[in-house]
Design a binder for this molecule. Sequence first.
Ligand SMILES: [Mg+2]
Length: 187
Amino acid sequence: MNKLFLDFDCTIADSVKTYCNVYNSYYKERKGFKVADHSKVKRYDLKDQCHLVDHQETIFSSKEFFKHLEFMPHAKEVIERLGCKYELVICSIGTLDNISYKSQWIKNNLPFIKNVVLVSTAVEAASIKMDKSSVNMKDSIFIDDHVENLLSSNAELKICFGKEFEWNKNWMGHRCFNWKEVENLLL
Ligand SMILES: [Mg+2]
């Protein structure tokens, strides 16, 4: 197995923390605002900490989000080292705005990664199922924080990334809580 598929949000990038930071700076004047604590997020739509956001894409698909987007701790350095041993492919799903900002962020922050599969959520509106199962990961390794993506993938080795959330707490397979653990497992 020399091909390694990497999820983007909550795997490479700390999307939960960035989302809360953006919320705290842009919603603080709104009525009913309470400071969001990223360490307390449980829900996938982050409504438990950021309840004033009508739809999560207001933040996820914004330029501001990508302007402030941070790496997960040690992600960049470990991914760079993994790149010496594996062929890296980033695989992510988002709205057209989200994936267009995302591709720019990847180009600027991970310039050594040339292979990227970005799937638009807009395709789902046309009743065509376009999740990550449409990407052939045969004989490959796949790291993702979402249990549904892991379960529907045909990857040979599936690794659930990061701390436990509502969307991955039932995963029974391999788990790496941080990038240092990924490094120990794969390098
Ligand atoms: Mg993710």
